[in-house]
Design a protein around this ligand. Sequence first.
Ligand SMILES: Nc1ncnc2c1ncn2[C@@H]1O[C@H](COP(=O)(O)OP(=O)(O)OP(=O)(O)O)[C@@H](O)[C@H]1O
Length: 644
Amino acid sequence: MASHADKSSLSSKTGRGAGSVSRVVRQHTTLLATGVLLGLLGVGASLTQPWSIGKLIEAAGKGESLAFPIVRLVALFCVGAVFSSLQAYVIGRAGENIVHDVRHLLTGRLLRADLTEFGKRPQGDILTRTVTDTSLVKIALSQSLAQLIVSGATVIGGVVLMFLIDVRLMLITIACLGAASLISLSIARKLRRVALQNRDDTGEFGVAVQRVLAALPTVKASRAEPREAARIGKLAERARRSGIRVNAYNALFTPSMNVGTQGALAVVVGAGMAWVARGEMKMADLTTFIMYLFQLVSPLVMFFMGIGQFIQGRAAIQRVDELARMPQEGNGNEDAQGPVPIAPLALHLPAVEFHDVRFGYRRGEEGDRTQVLHGVSLTVPARGLTAVVGPSGAGKTSMFQLIERFYAVDGGVILLGGQNIETLPLDTVRGLVGYVQQDSATMRGTVRENLTYAHPHASEDDIWEAVEMAGLTSVVATLPKGLDTELGDQGSGLSGGQRQRLCIARTLLQKPAVMLLDEATSNLDSDSERDFRDVLRRVSQQCAVIAIAHRISTVVDAEKIVVLEGGRVRATGVHQDLMEHDELYRRLAGSQLHAGTAPVAAATYWVRGEPGAGPLSSALGWPQWGSLNEQTVRLRPIRIEEQW
Ligand SMILES: Nc1ncnc2c1ncn2[C@@H]1O[C@H](COP(=O)(O)OP(=O)(O)OP(=O)(O)O)[C@@H](O)[C@H]1O
């Protein structure tokens, strides 16, 4: 994994460092400039304070009235304090505005990100960049930048005034502070390096934690807790070590400046007092000089710290810019088009057509692809159930993802209601197509929020109709707060089958023109699945339903069945035809059947001890599928190894 330093230098080489963040910052320059101006006014006030103290000492020495010098001094203190707190508020506000806009921009781009590119990045890394790095951007572009300007101005102003007071003392001061600054600069350089390393280490720790949290049940079921704890522990240890190094350099940084200042102070006081004693210098001037020297220390330290912070912040800016440059769906023009009214699809045209569609997932560099679909052509009528069956890895889910336009085809064309989907706005495509995914995504939130996710303004009647159609009414009745029951992450609080039905109800509520069901019934029990078949019948009279069939019973009823193998359409027809003419379909029909009834079938096989009654129905004279009812199917024995 390349370090940030490497990435940073790469970015600057390609000239891509200044990007989205700098565009956001430009929108806040007025507020930032106001903050800096207030800071400079505060600097002006504080630089006149030692001069005013000198005047007070002079007046006291001459026995003049002290009232005016004291009032002037207090007024300068107050003005300085007001400007400095106003500056802190305005700069802080600008910083919050910047971080808000950067996060808003990033979130928008992440939500519209091209899925291929998105899939290449660890989610923990995306989270770190969106949350932590944006905070560093805020610090770099508001606090550190203002700190650099204000403390820089204080240092320059102080140095000039000290030169005016006494050149010899100033040269002594520059020599001492210069030596200390050189040491501090070299420490700052090392500090930056270890701080970047610490950010990398902390980021890797975050990625590892996120990875196990996302798969905690798997970790537990695999008894991998000790291994994961050790692995994450090592990363935490690495972050601790680099954190300690950061701390060590930080601990050296300020004291090295302090030593320089204290050295300068000692020499200045010694030499100055000698010159005062010899009458070569006034006591008031020496006091003023020493006060400037004191006043110089803190801005000087702040200046160097500001440099360190700004450098770290620049690395964060580059990381954020890199994320914001993530390729976008539809070339990023989707939002510009705004919501487009969605017209229903024409009934006389097929709902979906694939014409010689070729597709492969991009891996790594451009051009490096895993070819998945090799010239798929098929037609899905505007009404009725079309089933897609095929062995695992045949490309069934990939076809659905192309219809949803999660990915773009490499060749051929997909038509939705007679129109090329690539020419339709994404919003229209996804409004027309409802998708129940294989791993049925349910989210944290109430059941109602999950149901209305694709159709937030659905009426209560529509919600209950969808709940009823998906067979969820009795489930909702048992929930403590009905539709307003809170679910945990990934919908925990419901069973797998209930979550799946929830996703089906959500898609029904969307009233899509095309409904894609990716093994949507895999978690349903036989009774629920039978009810759902009725639902499918009804829904398929309202729209086109394309189902990746897990259960053979879903396929039996389908108006059209497409058999996919190795990314090619191998056969198309109705169940009976395919059983008669397609060898693979016959085989698949058998194995899908077993997948749904495996435990029963396997147990039957071994208990009965009828090894002769094997699974290859046609070979062993098994009855034709059409003549089987569900009960016969459930009792049919299979070999144990077929489960695998
Ligand atoms: N995001 C991805 N990146 C790279 N390759 C992928 C990706 N998703 C799927 N594939 C590959 O594409 C091929 C087809 O996958 P797909 O999920 O479409 O198959 P499927 O027929 O739906 O399989 P299953 O029935 O097991 O769900 C597989 O070889 C798979 O490894």
